[in-house]
Write a protein that binds this ligand. Structure first.
Ligand code: ADP
Ligand code: MG
Length: 241
């Protein structure tokens, strides 16, 4: 794909949920048009219940639009079946959520290594890559710990290590600092910025206005619609001005 192909393109994307046999569906997203260029760093903001997580799930192929079109790197996602979407997610997309979703029975290194299962790499190779990712997030000394033995900030760094092991093109984070104290939150955001500097497209849902203001692009969601889409005029940040 050329550099001008958007990483993500949404055309009139609608998301509805059924409410019952004789009732109209509940419309959550009302026809979203959006383009995200490769290498962008984007904050998504908006009131609780406005549809931010619903939108992120669509961007991450975790869910499908009810109507409208969604392209990932030029590929129409409607044309892909579940196994192909799963492969796309495994190879190209990393996720970080407010609740870290670590497996409690696994060590730190194995939690991260599970993120590499799709690669088909052997267990010891996966563990070596996982240990490397954990060193990159400053947790090289916690490889054998279980999630319950870690602080919230450390658990989120494990989740980030898991998300970045595959060197994803796209990192999606849904309120990644929402459950953290401010010092841990700062560390987590710093890691996401580093990932962005290596070329990964990073999209973060956040309630933190100061954090959002520090991002080069800010998209506001209100009642399932894009209320604003602001971009700093920084050359090389991608997209036409
Ligand atoms: P946000 O992340 O901005 O807080 P969400 O995207 O989680 O908002 O939710 C937007 C709206 O969609 C909310 O009113 C929520 O209750 C509703 N919603 C989310 N998921 C479902 C679902 N599976 N079925 C019905 N309604 C849902
Ligand atoms: Mg949400």
């Amino acid at each position: 794909m050329t550099a001008t192909t958007p990483l993500l393109e949404l055309r009139q994307v609608v998301k509805e949920h059924p409410t019952g046999p004789d009732r109209p569906p509940l419309r959550i997203l009302h026809g979203i048009d959006l383009m995200i260029a490769p290498g962008e760093l984007v904050a998504i903001v908006g009131p609780s219940g406005s549809g931010k997580s619903t939108l992120l799930a669509l961007l991450g192929t975790l869910d499908r639009p009810t109507r409208g079109e969604l392209f990932f790197d030029g590929h129409d996602l409607a044309a892909l079946g579940e196994p192909e979407l799963a492969a796309l997610r495994g190879h190209r997309i990393g996720f970080v959520f407010q609740q870290f979703y670590l497996l409690p029975g696994l060590t730190t290194v194995d939690n991260v290594a599970t993120g590499l299962l799709y690669t088909g790499a052997g267990r010891s190779h996966r563990r070596a890559l996982a240990a490397q990712a954990l060193r990159e997030v400053g947790l090289g000394h916690r490889l054998g710990h279980r999630p319950a033995q870690l602080s919230g900030g450390e658990q989120q760094r494990v989740a980030i290590a898991r998300a970045l092991t595959g060197a994803p093109a796209l990192l999606l984070a849904d309120e990644p600092t929402g459950a953290l104290d401010s010092a841990s939150g700062t560390t987590v955001i710093e890691l996401l910025r580093q990932l962005h500097h290596t070329g990964t497209t990073v999209i973060v849902i956040t309630h933190d206005r100061e954090l959002a203001a520090s991002f080069p692009r800010r998209i506001g969601i209100q009642d399932g619609r894009i209320a604003f889409d602001e971009r700093d005029d920084a050359p090389g940040k991608g997209g036409a001005s």
